[in-house]
Design a protein around this ligand. Structure first.
Ligand code: ADP
Ligand code: MG
Length: 252
């Protein structure tokens, strides 16, 4: 909407790996309080785009602006302090920390702006659950699992812990790379409801997802990628019907 400053703006962003143009000239703007989706066939550049936004891979060209400020030189570890949180396509929890301690890492990343050099023992505060951690655990419906270790949890529950850790950072921009991979229909619906419940605080979310119904149920606006480029964008139900999008999926 006019007058709303974008949380994130990409201007002609490209990420090439040698001759592979994984991301090849993407421009887009994300506004606060909205849920955006990215769809596209395997290998279309979705994860690389997230890696570029979170500075885990360098940009071949283009500009990245967070709240209007260029961030292409900001270290990935500093992005948490700037309000950017993400989950990975594969679960990355610390196996020898409890659910509470894993989520606490997110809260600490916000508190110290990612400047911490403490080891895992520095994150543990026995008996104490900070408000940000308690809130994230409640939102993701992880009460009762606080003292469990990741290996004791189902895959869907592990994914919820990952989301809780990201939420505990108190982000303004949350990037979720296939958070429902390996989940059943009920668990997917829960993640969808969780994401929609977080819109109210102005949180901007970007979801990479294969499940078309999940996209339609969750997202306000969808970008479709193929071969590193945007081939369609707009309302989810329209984008999934777009002939170019249909061809990208079927023409492989
Ligand atoms: P998606 O997430 O849409 O499935 P990716 O972003 O993972 O796609 O990959 C896009 C393309 O970039 C693929 O061709 C993939 O093989 C390639 N690619 C991704 N990461 C690397 C890398 N680190 N080095 C070389 N090629 C890569
Ligand atoms: Mg991917």
């Amino acid at each position: 909407t006019a007058g709303t400053a974008p949380v994130l703006e990409l201007r002609d962003v490209a990420v090439h790996f040698g001759g592979v143009k994984a991301v090849d000239g993407i421009s887009l703007q994300l506004e606060p309080g909205r849920i955006y989706g990215i769809i596209g066939p395997n290998g279309s550049g979705k994860s690389t785009l997230i890696a570029g936004i979170t500075r885990l891979t360098g940009l071949t060209r283009g500009e990245l602006l967070l709240d209007g400020q260029p961030v292409h030189d900001v270290a990935p570890s500093r992005l948490a302090g700037r309000g950017v949180a993400r989950t990975f396509q594969t679960v990355r929890l610390l196996a020898d920390l409890t659910v509470r301690a894993n989520v606490q890492i997110g809260a600490d990343a916000r508190a110290d702006g990612g400047r911490s050099r403490r080891g895992p023992t520095g994150w543990l505060r026995p008996g104490a659950t900070s408000p940000a951690v308690a809130d994230a655990i409640a939102r993701t419906r992880l009460e009762g699992f606080e003292d469990h270790y990741p290996a004791e949890l189902s895959y869907g529950t592990q994914r919820r812990v990952e989301i809780a850790r990201a939420i505990a950072m108190g982000p303004r921009l949350l990037l979720l790379d296939e958070p429902t991979a390996g989940m059943n229909q009920t668990e997917r619906a829960e993640i969808s409801a969780l994401m929609r419940s977080m819109r109210t605080g102005g949180l901007c979310q970007l979801l990479v997802e294969h499940d078309v119904q999940m996209m339609i149920d969750t997202c306000d606006y969808v970008f479709a990628m193929n071969s590193g480029r945007l081939i369609a964008q707009g309302a989810p139900a329209e984008v999934v019907r777009d002939p170019a999008v249909q061809e990208a999926y079927l023409g492989r």
